[in-house]
Design a protein around this ligand. Structure first.
Ligand code: ZN
Length: 284
């Protein structure tokens, strides 16, 4: 990865638009035992009789099948709580420690593993929501509430007890709460999903590192386009071609790295650790 050092050097020689942003997706959490949505062992497939996430992961489906959708989400919540941050999550913490003022993570993951690994809350943008909070499904207010305690399920087919139903009542109107996540038939916004903040970050990014995301949703693709538009590099860390690869094909500042996220991040960390920023930004 000889060119990586050159790219970092070029970045730190710039006086602005030199932020370093990591855009992460399900592939990053796979090593923590969380199946990716779209893989053949994806939990949307395994967990329900419905095959397409686009059908099951919708507000429309939730409004007609509230118990089933909550069962699925409470089971997933249990799975996230048992999972541990993996090597790549830990490397991202070490990278933040070296370049805190340049660093952001924009993640599609709702599993909270970047927070639990130890990255700063203010540096993590969860564009598909998270499983630490809930909100009213009737939208009686704009409030976001902490996730009720101790309601995760061990099994996907476990019935919801009266206590769980009670914990899932909106404190304001008594309606049913919903997970604070973005469903497939919903739109990005700033208040819950940080669309404006992340587009602004992408504009000021000199190096966008894309890890473990196939670019199947719109905002990640827009972030990639935005970074390239304002002169930043996009490094695509992926073992296989995907929508991101197709989007960046032939672009001068877009570089695919066919390697694992652990390998790439460890190299990235090593270059930063061995060459402090002053040394990297020295033009000689
Ligand atoms: Zn309410």
């Amino acid at each position: 990865m000889e060119n990586l050092k050159a790219i970092l050097k070029e970045n730190f020689q710039k006086e602005k638009r030199n932020n370093i942003t990591f855009l992460t997706g399900a592939g990053l959490s796979a090593a923590s035992g969380i199946p990716t949505y779209r893989s053949t062992d994806g939990i949307w497939v395994k967990g329900t009789k419905y095959h397409k996430p686009e059908e099951f992961g919708t507000f429309k489906y939730f409004s007609k099948n509230q118990e089933e959708v909550w069962q699925f989400n409470l089971f997933r919540k249990g799975m996230f709580e048992k999972a541990q941050p993996n090597e790549s999550h830990k490397l991202l913490v070490q990278i933040e420690e070296l370049i805190p003022e340049y660093f952001s993570i924009i993640t599609q993951n709702i599993d909270g593993l970047h927070h639990r690994a130890g990255n700063s809350d203010t540096k993590i943008f969860e564009i598909h929501g998270n499983m630490r909070s809930v909100r009213c499904s009737l939208e009686c207010s704009k409030s976001v509430y902490p996730y009720p305690n101790n309601i995760a399920l061990e099994r996907i087919d476990e019935e919801l007890t009266d206590d769980i139903w009670e914990a899932l009542e909106c404190p304001k109107c008594g309606g049913l709460l919903r997970p604070n996540i973005l469903w497939f038939d919903e739109y990005y916004n700033e208040r819950l999903y940080k669309i404006d903040s992340t587009m602004r970050i992408a504009k000021n990014t000199g190096i966008l590192v894309v890890i473990g995301t196939s670019g199947a949703t719109t905002l990640p693709l827009e972030l990639v386009k935005q970074t390239l538009k304002y002169g930043g590099y996009v490094l695509d860390i992926n073992l296989e071609n995907n929508n991101i690869t197709r989007l960046i094909e032939g672009k001068k500042r877009a570089i695919p790295f066919r390697t694992t996220s652990d390998e790439f991040l460890s190299e990235f960390h090593q270059i930063l650790a061995q060459n402090n920023i002053n040394k990297l930004s020295n033009t000689n």
